[in-house]
Design a protein around this ligand. Structure first.
Ligand SMILES: Nc1nc2c(c(=O)[nH]1)N[C@H]1C(S)=C(S)[C@@H](COP(=O)(O)OP(=O)(O)OC[C@H]3O[C@@H](n4cnc5c(=O)[nH]c(N)nc54)[C@H](O)[C@@H]3O)O[C@H]1N2
Ligand SMILES: Nc1nc2c(c(=O)[nH]1)N[C@H]1C(S)=C(S)[C@@H](COP(=O)(O)OP(=O)(O)OC[C@H]3O[C@@H](n4cnc5c(=O)[nH]c(N)nc54)[C@H](O)[C@@H]3O)O[C@H]1N2
Ligand code: SF4
Ligand SMILES: [Mo]
Length: 913
């Protein structure tokens, strides 16, 4: 056995992982004690990494036009078809769509090939859907896309404001660090600003459940408040900042009384005033913002409204202070560094950076090759697909992202993809929604196989280290791109033998003609101090924060400490912000505001986390979170199936009536695809409303109608994995969701119109399942049925017709599929679905220790009324800590229930300070 230190491939926290490898298998993972992002912690997704590996489900052979081919044929085809398209339609007919989940080295090479040598500007990335507004906001204010803070600043702050960030679920290790810091510093305050009560509210001293999209008004109001109360740092502003008067004038265009702002944001004026006081009277403030800010048609302005307040109060460049945009993907930052956005060129140089085109051209030139760089920026993500729709872009290469799911108007995107003459997809998994549209499929190596670097949210570059051989013929992305480049005649510029050589080139470019005194001006992104590493040095590279150069050889924790910014004048800018509400209007036909986002245990389109059964337990099915009043008005009840009708399609999911949801707003997860459910893609609900500056789509403010699905029947079918190759049972069903278990697959099904029985559907069961029912028990009066098929003493399938609320905990049944013949007592218990005496544990709360809700509630009623007591009894919440907020709310709920219903209609406790 040996251990490899690497980096988690999920969120932007960028935790260090220690992987144990035994006989070419990754057996366990743990947090790297020495990694400065996590100091040994891992969240539930990180600690389940080894459960998502394995060759099953992986792409292992290249495919051209549906036929498996060898690599030579595949690479020849890619090069030939790209060259043909360019010859016939020009270089601007070529495009690439990349991802913040590529390693920096992959990203660098793709950017160099498309922008540098194929000569097309149309290379963009899914970071457009994620960080584009944050990038644009920083650039406007600081002159560079530079996150000023470090994670330590979060711990050192006296006030932490989480705006549009559900840190507890989406950056869990950072949340745990904040939580611990708060315990250590009782004076620290946390404010959560989010229309929805999230688990992050667990540590909130103040919760502001503002009206969706009203953040710019709130922060403009804060700026005006600071000015009025003489809380502006006039000395800092005079020394380091321009644009103060314009920004204040813009804020003053609207009524700046607390009452008016509170009314516009739909907040309690007193709560708003408390926040304003806290912010303006405290120097050590970190405002941490994410998709609730970025994913808006005025996201850039919202970012600047936040940054304005920090600049105006001199609250940055200090320990525990700064406007901190937290990145989502593991290498969202790396992509920004190499120039992966269509408006960027390379190494933090844009098309309009003076001299940049010439500089990059010279840098990329070889003895015999001169790059042909495009002169102006290309299409941003959504516009790129519109260009495909119009037939202007004829060839698209997609790497490590799934636009068929994650872009708004996803059905329109699918139609554009279907009509695009050449779609090349580099992907690790065999089964994604996008692959149906690919003419050429290239199997890519995945985490644990590939080598390279990623940059986390605090600008820290860490190594991902390969430890397993890629399955079948999967290859590294940088290698694939380099091979195609060579076939196109650019071999000399792409002669990399190892990602370390690419990193070296990237590091050299970052320092090329870059200096405060150089005529060329200076670029903040500079890792020239890491240039020249040999293989050993690259392999041993320890996590380090950029800039890394001669002046800062061991990296830089905090930017702008000297008050000097990356603008030509060296001064930061306040931006005048004129708040705009969501672009998507509500209407009588679609009266509810649609909010979309993430759940704790899933990652995006579930291509990896959907493979770990224990990660499916927390939220097993696509859902719709609804306020009780809206549920009542729409005639839908908790746990019933419902339909959302949106701009471009509809969405079917199970209702979760949630008191933390704002009235008039529903929330759906972004994760489900056609692989996992009949119709639960949020991308089909949203119309593309884009931020005019950043091009980022407004994914948080759609408009939908909610109606009950009202199926005649619901069924749960469990089938042994080898029988799940057909999915015939979902053909006629009005709703289905597929949920992988450890030893079987669970299918949640519903069909028929009100009044119909599942008779027809049931009568075909025999055609679908090769094993006849061995056990059958039916109650026609209530429409309930339970049946099971056993062959050779082994359980092959299990069926329950009836509401899923009647399901037993499925752990015991799942284990019955494990392969060993069933003993007689177990056979007798099959229809009951649980072992004699076994208590049903209910929905999973703690994924690490597999502790269910029922067990927790029972323990609370038994007197374990603290998180610590529950941990001591059941071990829940003692590993990664992600479920602690949920444990706390279970305790609260149970105690509240016990204390009778006297306080039942008291407004949410968390809303009070
Ligand atoms: N478990 C998990 N973690 C992840 C990911 C994942 O898929 N799963 N993905 C990663 C990626 S790529 C990203 S970008 C990050 C995203 O991390 P977050 O930004 O934290 O994630 P979201 O859930 O998309 O949205 C955050 C919050 O914005 C709120 N919001 C919606 N509208 C508004 C508004 O008008 N104002 C305010 N103030 N808030 C609003 C939503 O209610 C939601 O709680 O997560 C990363 N981490
Ligand atoms: N409505 C709504 N839409 C959203 C969002 C939202 O909050 N609401 N969030 C947006 C945000 S912030 C993001 S980041 C996007 C995410 O959306 P996507 O990027 O579309 O989602 P992923 O599932 O992460 O897609 C990554 C794909 O790359 C594959 N892959 C992983 N590693 C590699 C690799 O090394 N090489 C190759 N070639 N392939 C690899 C994975 O198997 C997977 O299929 O969604 C955006 N869309
Ligand atoms: S917080 Fe979790 S998902 Fe994010 S990097 Fe750390 S272990 Fe991975
Ligand atoms: Mo993201």
């Amino acid at each position: 056995m040996h251990q490899v230190r690497t980096t988690c491939p999920y969120c932007g926290v960028g935790c260090g992982v220690v992987a144990d490898v035994e006989d070419a298998t990754l057996t366990t993972v743990s947090g790297d004690q020495d990694h400065p992002a996590n100091y040994g912690r891992l969240c539930v997704k990180g600690s389940a990494l080894h459960e998502t590996l394995g060759e099953g489900g992986r792409l292992t052979r290249p495919r051209v036009d549906g036929v498996e081919v060898d690599w030579t044929t595949a690479l020849d085809s890619v090069a030939q078809r790209l060259a043909d398209t360019r010859r016939e339609h020009g270089s601007h007919a070529l495009a690439a769509y990349l991802s913040g989940q590529l390693l920096t080295e992959d990203y660098y090479v793709a950017n160099k090939l498309f922008k540098g040598f194929l000569g097309t500007p149309h290379l963009d990335t899914n970071s457009r859907l994620c960080m584009a507004s944050a990038v644009a906001g920083y650039k406007r204010a600081f002159g560079a896309d530079a996150v000023p803070c470090s994670y330590e600043d979060l711990e050192e702050a006296e006030l932490v404001v989480l705006v549009g960030s559900n840190l507890a679920w989406n950056h869990p290790v950072l949340y745990q660090r904040l939580r611990t810091a708060k315990t250590r510093n009782p004076l620290m305050r946390v404010v959560v600003i989010d229309p929805r009560v999230t688990d992050s509210c667990e540590i909130a001293d103040l919760y502001l459940g503002l009206a969706p999209g009203s953040d710019a008004r709130l922060f403009n109001g804060l700026l005006a408040f600071m000015a009025e109360r003489k809380r502006l740092d006039r000395v800092y502003l005079a020394g380091h900042v321009d644009g103060v008067d314009e920004a204040l004038a813009a804020a003053a265009e609207e009524d700046c009384s607390l009452e008016a702002i509170a009314a516009d944001c739909d907040l309690d004026p007193e709560a708003l005033q408390t926040f304003y006081y806290w912010f303006s009277s405290q120097l050590h403030v970190v405002t941490l913002y994410s998709q609730g800010i970025n994913q808006s048609s005025s996201g850039t302005d919202k970012c600047n409204a936040i940054i304005n307040c920090h600049l105006a109060g001199g609250k940055l460049g200090l320990p525990g202070a700064g406007p901190f945009s937290i990145t989502g993907q593991p290498n969202a930052m790396g992509g920004r560094e190499v120039g992966g956005l269509a408006n960027q060129l390379a190494a933090h140089m844009d098309y309009d950076t003076p001299g940049a085109l010439d500089r990059v051209r010279r840098f990329w030139s070889t003895e015999t090759l001169t790059p042909t760089l495009p002169e102006a920026p290309g299409h941003k993500a959504f516009a790129l697909f519109e260009a495909i729709e119009r037939g202007e872009v004829q060839a698209l290469w997609v790497m490590a992202t799934n636009p068929a799911v994650s872009l708004p108007e996803a059905n329109r995107i699918r139609a554009a993809l279907a009509k695009c003459p050449l779609v090349i997809v580099s992907e690790c998994m065999a089964n994604t929604d996008l692959l149906a549209y690919a003419d050429i499929v290239l199997p890519a190596s995945s985490w644990a196989e590939k080598d390279g670097t990623v940059t986390n949210s605090e600008r820290r570059i860490s190594r991902q280290r390969g430890m397993l051989a890629p399955p079948g013929e999967a290859r590294h992305d940088w290698w694939i791109i380099g091979q195609v480049a060579a076939r196109l005649g650019y071999g000399e510029a792409f002669a990399y033998r190892h990602p370390g050589e690419i990193f070296d080139e990237h590091a050299r470019l970052s320092g090329f003609e870059n200096g405060r005194d150089a005529k060329a001006g200076f670029r903040l992104f500079d890792i020239s101090g890491l240039a020249g590493l040999d293989r050993e040095g690259y392999d041993a590279l320890a996590p380090i924060q950029w800039p890394v150069n001669a002046t800062a050889p061991s990296g830089t924790a905090r930017l702008f400490e000297d008050g000097r910014f990356a603008t030509p004048s060296g001064r930061a800018r306040l931006l005048p912000v004129r708040p705009r509400g969501p672009s998507q209007a509500l209407s009588e036909a679609r009266p509810l505001r649609l909010n979309t986002g993430r759940v704790r245990d899933q990652w995006h389109t579930m291509s990896r986390t959907g493979r770990a059964p224990r990660l499916m337990n927390h939220r097993a099915e696509p859902f719709i979170e609804v306020h009780p009043d809206d549920a009542l008005a729409a005639g839908v009840g908790d746990a019933q199936l419902a339909r959302l009708k949106g701009a471009d399609g509809d969405y079917l999911g199970r209702v979760r009536v949630a008191k933390g949801q704002r009235p008039g707003e529903v929330f759906v997860p972004m994760h489900w695809t056609d692989r996992f459910s009949k119709r639960a893609r949020m991308g089909g609900l949203l119309k593309a409303h884009l931020d005019p500056l950043s091009g980022q789509p407004e994914s948080k403010h759609g408009a939908v109608a909610l109606t009950p699905l009202a199926p005649a029947w619901e069924a749960t079918l469990l089938v042994a994995d080898d029988l799940a190759t057909t999915t015939a049972w979902c053909e006629d069903s009005r709703y289905w969701a597929r949920i992988p278990l450890d030893h079987a697959e669970r299918w949640q099904l519903a069909g028929g119109r009100a009044g119909e029985a599942p008779g027809d559907w049931l009568s075909r069961l025999g055609d679908w399942l090769p094993v006849a029912p061995t056990l059958w028990c039916e109650d026609p009066a209530s429409g309930r049925l339970r049946a099971a098929g056993v062959a050779d003493g082994r359980l092959r399938w299990w069926l329950m017709v009836g509401p899923p609320a009647e399901l037993p905990g499925l752990g015991w049944l799942d284990a019955c599929f494990a392969g060993h013949p069933l003993e007689e007592p177990a056979r007798r218990r099959l229809l009951a679905g649980c072992d004699a005496g076994e208590a049903d544990s209910g929905p999973l709360v703690c994924s690490c220790h597999q502790v269910g809700q029922q067990a927790i509630v029972a323990a609370i009623h038994g007197g374990d009324t603290s998180v610590e007591a529950l941990g001591a009894r059941l071990a829940c919440g003692t590993q990664c800590g992600s479920c602690i907020p949920e444990l706390k709310s279970l305790i609260e709920d149970a105690l509240e229930e016990e204390a009778c219903h006297a306080r039942a209609d008291q407004k949410l406790e968390k809303q009070t300070i």
